[in-house]
Design a protein around this ligand. Structure first.
Ligand SMILES: Nc1nc2c(ncn2[C@@H]2O[C@H](COP(=O)(O)OP(=O)(O)O)[C@@H](O)[C@H]2O)c(=O)[nH]1
Ligand SMILES: [Mg+2]
Length: 443
């Protein structure tokens, strides 16, 4: 339902021949209505509408139409509203699942076991629900269905004891998932029990399972659980059977815990990684949204202000490198501008592969190192090489190229600013050049 209504709102923008302020305002109202109809918190909706409104008053960057600019921003704001793209832990060791009665913990435990088993981990499932006798059988059967080991003690009333024994029985497993008991409310008994389990298990992940139909209440519930025992992830179950899923996710996004997965059915394989961007893209139904986003990303990258930022550092270097690659060799650009003689002789020849490698190396640097590469000494180089899984030689190569680029762009910038070249609009030329060559050099 949310999807359909959002689609209608965007369709209004998309089909408008002339995008008047009225049309934009009507679309914003449509979006508001769509979100409120799916129970999203009114304040969130109000803020979102204001942000879209403010952005629609801005001048779109060169190369993007007003329509495209608004669609792109709406997409980004909606994605942020739903929590963006969290990175699901790849190799969790112990996951403790919490949640009230009937929210979908036991089902989710099996789904997660299957998910991580498929990713190559050996997984064990533990029943620590000591209040519902049926849950032992339920999880045992599910364990068999997904093909993982199960541990439980039938009739045992002490969850601590079960978990303690489970740890030693399953110590060879890469991942142990513990299903706990729920109650109709988060009362002190439930808190005590969870704390007991937590003390014994020392889980690295505590995930809360919330049913999609609780809507805005999700925020309150997640906060209550977090305050009581701490949670670092959320799973939304039953997204298939509730129109409130969007609202529940938006409410969770307000808490600090990311929504990692969404359950979309009763069966163990009905679990999806949650990615707000993909989700929004899917329900927005905008033709070629992907193409638009790629185009927008390239335009942002080519923004002349960024390319010629006064302060030169590794972040700027990376952007320039990417842009230069799309323009073709830098000396060709210089030649076109009649600047060839003035530029240093050094060539910067970098392939797409190398650029990727540089990026990985830069990701291992600290923020300070990227801002002030001159502080990168021998021992830092060693650390960066190790952290990025590359070699010291590669790090040095990156730094050498950085130095060259610093000199070249410094020169171009200086020349572009001198009187003799007053009427040469460097930035425009570079941009034009890059637009022409882009397809060939950089994908
Ligand atoms: N449609 C649907 N049903 C689900 C989903 N997850 C759980 N359920 C159902 O919800 C009910 C309660 O689930 P259960 O795992 O026993 O909840 P628990 O009490 O928290 O352990 C069961 O009937 C499940 O089959 C889901 O993603 N989609
Ligand atoms: Mg259960």
């Amino acid at each position: 339902m949310l999807g359909e209504n959002l689609r209608k709102a965007l369709e209004r923008i998309n089909s408008a021949r002339f995008l008047s302020d009225e049309t934009i305002e009507e679309s914003i109202k449509d979006i508001q209505r769509a979100l409120i109809a799916s129970d999203v918190d009114v304040n969130l909706v109000y803020n979102l509408a204001n942000e879209i409104r403010a952005l629609s008053k801005k001048k779109p960057p060169e190369g993007l139409s007003r329509k495209e600019f608004i669609v792109k921003n709406t997409y980004e704001l909606l994605s942020a509203l739903l929590g963006g793209t969290p990175i699901v832990p790849e190799q969790p060791k112990t996951i403790l699942l919490l949640g009230l009665f009937g929210q979908g913990k036991t089902t989710t435990a099996a789904k997660l076991a299957r998910f991580y088993k498929k990713r190559g981990l050996s997984v064990g499932l533990v029943c620590a629900d000591v209040h519902r006798p049926a849950s032992y059988e339920q999880l045992k059967q599910l364990s068999e269905a997904v093909g993982v080991d199960f541990f439980g003690i039938k009739g045992e009333k002490d969850a601590k004891k079960i978990v303690g024994q489970a740890i030693s029985t399953m110590k060879k497993k890469d991942l142990v998932i513990v299903d706990s008991a729920g109650r109709s409310a988060l009362d002190s008994e439930l808190i005590d029990e969870v704390k007991d389990i937590k003390d014994v298990l020392k889980p690295d992940q505590i995930w809360l399972v919330l049913s999609a139909d609780i809507g805005q209440l999700a925020k309150k519930q997640a906060k209550a659980f977090h305050d009581a025992v701490g949670i670092n992830g959320i799973i939304i179950s039953k997204a298939d059977s509730s129109a409130k899923a969007g609202s529940t996710i938006a409410a969770c996004a307000e808490t600090k815990a990311p929504v990692y997965f969404v359950g979309t059915g009763e069966k163990p394989d009905e679990l999806e990684l949650f990615d707000a961007k993909r989700y929004i893209a899917k329900i927005m139904g905008y033709p070629d949204l992907k193409g638009l986003l790629e185009k927008a990303a390239e335009i942002e990258l080519e923004s002349p202000e960024e390319l010629f930022e006064d302060e030169f550092n590794l972040d700027v270097f990376y952007k320039q490198l990417k842009a230069t690659m799309s323009m073709g060799p830098l000396d060709k650009v210089a030649e076109m501008l009649g600047l060839k003689q003035t530029l240093p002789k050094e060539q910067i020849e970098i392939t797409g592969e190398k650029l990727k490698k540089f990026k990985i190396i830069m990701d291992s640097m600290t923020k300070q190192e990227r801002k002030r590469p001159d502080i990168i000494n021998g021992s830092r180089i060693k650390r960066i090489a190790k952290g990025s899984g590359s070699t010291e030689a590669s790090v040095r190569e990156l730094l050498r190229n950085y130095k060259k680029m610093e000199r070249m762009f410094g020169k171009i910038k200086k020349i572009a600013k001198t009187d003799s070249l007053e009427d040469v609009n460097m930035e425009k030329i570079l941009k034009k050049f890059s637009a022409k060559k882009k397809k060939k050099f950089w994908r």
